[in-house]
Design a protein around this ligand. Structure first.
Ligand SMILES: NC(=O)c1ccc[n+]([C@@H]2O[C@H](COP(=O)([O-])OP(=O)(O)OC[C@H]3O[C@@H](n4cnc5c(N)ncnc54)[C@H](OP(=O)(O)O)[C@@H]3O)[C@@H](O)[C@H]2O)c1
Length: 342
């Protein structure tokens, strides 16, 4: 808390562009009956956070000044009069789609996302609706817990909630970014055989240490899908996490088995694709769009992090004052997550 006890330090976006992210002082928000106030311990950055700052992610929804960054872990310091789920002192994590608790999402879920349009966690304190927070896994620090809300839940929702992953199945993970490393760790913990594609042999070795069984360098082996077929004796993988998108979706259909599941998560290579429908039809491929996940899945995933003692991979932790440098690091790419600690 700042010297005046009614104010807190907060980063605010005043206009699009990283040069307009400024550290300042704002009033500490006061809880409504259904809300909790947390003292922020750490936040982690995602592609979405950078895209919001750059003005390329639903810019029409952004109201400045905005406290950015959705993924936050911290300790409850105050609770509203109607809150029964939590107590002061509990360690909790934010949930991006704050109104999506279970089942199918409502059409307006993006209107209730944290870090935009709702205020985010890049501040000393943050308000959460009590129904939308989850207890942090006991085995994780705030820095580790702050990495889970988007990247880990997206991988879990793909592999487990939709994919119903079973031990012994084969999973292809594209690349070694935030979502992909969680996909690798979770699939490995659940007993799957994991094939990782990467542009870097060095990152491939790091992925191997996290449990990857096979590494394919997609630069030196552009026909990586044929390689997956070889590695699975011509059957193809049971599941694939598609973070690349674009025209490569055809390769992903080739790399997966008949009735295999492709979780469409990212669009690093493009938001549109020229899909070979005949291949999809003959293989009866299940192409599943993924938008992070709901709160019940988040709770189930947190139990798995404790049970399997999975430790999130963090490339660097920045101090609060160096939030801009953290964003710049994210833009360059990272193996695992970038965290800002308060
Ligand atoms: N739908 C959702 O709910 C959801 C949730 C989170 C993220 N996303 C999206 O998912 C994508 C990834 O997010 P992220 O946060 O994990 O990104 P990230 O941390 O920036 O990861 C990028 C990584 O992707 C890999 N990559 C790039 N081009 C590739 C290619 N052609 N083949 C294989 N791998 C390639 C690279 O791995 P190497 O360096 O190893 O080559 C790179 O390091 C983004 O488009 C993001 O917007 C969607």
């Amino acid at each position: 808390m700042s010297q005046n006890t009614n104010t807190m330090k907060a980063w605010q976006l005043h206009a699009f562009g990283l040069e307009n992210l400024k550290l300042g002082s704002v009033p500490i928000p006061v809880v409504k009956p259904n809300e909790i106030l947390i003292r922020v311990g750490a936040v982690s950055l995602n592609f979405r956070d950078k895209a919001i700052v750059d003005g390329i992610y639903e810019p029409e929804l952004v109201k400045t000044p905005l406290i950015p960054v959705s993924d936050t872990a911290g300790t409850i310091v105050s609770i509203g009069s109607e809150v029964t789920r939590f107590n002061v002192g509990d360690r909790v994590i934010s949930h991006l789609y704050s109104h999506w608790i279970d089942g199918a999402p409502a059409p307006d879920e993006p209107a209730h996302c944290l870090g935009m349009p709702y205020p985010g966690g890049l501040a000393e304190y943050m308000i959460l609706e009590a129904e939308s927070a989850v207890l942090a896994p006991a085995t994780l620090t705030d820095e580790e817990a702050a990495t889970l809300p988007i990247a880990a839940l997206t991988a879990w929702f793909s592999l487990v909630t939709y994919g119903q992953l079973k031990a012994g199945e084969t999973v292809v993970i594209q690349g070694t970014g935030g979502v992909s490393i969680f996909g690798l760790q979770l699939a490995h913990a659940l007993g799957a055989r994991v094939i990782v594609t990467t542009s870097s042999d060095a990152k491939g070795e790091m992925a191997r240490k996290l449990g990857a069984n096979e590494i394919i360098n997609y630069v030196t082996t552009p026909d990586w899908a044929a390689e997956v077929q070889k590695l699975t004796n011509g059957k193809g993988a049971d599941q694939l996490l598609e973070v690349v998108g674009g025209a490569g979706l055809n390769d992903s259909v080739q790399a997966t088995k008949v009735t295999g599941q492709i979780s469409v998560i990212g669009f690093l290579a493009g938001q549109t694709t020229n899909l070979n429908l005949m291949q999809v039809i003959f293989k009866q491929t299940r192409i599943q769009g993924i938008a992070v996940g709901h709160l019940r899945a988040f709770e189930a995933m947190n139990a798995a992090f404790d049970a399997y003692e999975i430790k999130p991979v963090i490339e660097k932790v920045y101090p609060f004052e160096e939030a801009v440098q953290a964003y710049e690091h994210l833009a360059k790419g990272a193996f695992g997550k970038i965290v800002i600690k308060l």
